[in-house]
Design a protein around this ligand. Sequence first.
Ligand code: URA
Length: 241
Amino acid sequence: MRVDRALTLAGYSRSEAKAMIARGRVRVGAGIVRDAGLDVRPEDVLLDGAPLDCEAEVYLMLNKPAGVITATEDKRLPTVVSLLPEKYRRRKIGPVGRLDRDVTGLVLLTTDGQLAHRLISPRWKAEKRYRAVCAGALTEADAQAFAQGVALSDFTAKPATLEILSSGATSTADVTLTEGKFHQVKRMFAAIGHPLTALSRLQIGCVELDAALAPGEFRRLTNEEIEGLRRLTGLSEGEEA
Ligand code: URA
């Protein structure tokens, strides 16, 4: 890879990369890099003596707060991408699927378009788990309705799992489904007579929202999490994670 490309992968602009090379701040081993087109292994590049923090692809999880929209940019509202530091915003990073503005929790963001596409494609049936709080007392009949497939005005939802965690004047439940149609979880609860008062996504495939992340915080996915998502979507050999 060209050394200037390695610097842009680390989050610097092309002009910054050029200036850093011109000032002799970039080395490979003991040798100062003078040629922006020098062929290097990114892991061998040192900037001011320190290894570059560059990844060919970026994979992040964000704990989305309410009020933030799942888009790359917006003129009025904060977006999931606007919550990231500039070094990630400079990359072509985007959210995997969407959460409504009022819905909180796990959003994956990546530069890996193929993985993102597969995670939202019905073909790969990636499960998403949500924590839902709804009005009224949920019963086993509601769990059965979810398991059979809730009929909505324009389609019947595929079977989903409803695990009731508490039931009373309001109820809390975990719902797991493989579809991701517009307002789907809200519409499913409304259809069984229990409108939602709060919804938060906890899991996508093998990746669970990290409980250490406060709303608005993000972290990189671990290699294990990335590999699990790749297996789930047929991008890597081996057992599903
Ligand atoms: N279902 C919804 O209704 N909203 C979301 O944001 C995600 C799933």
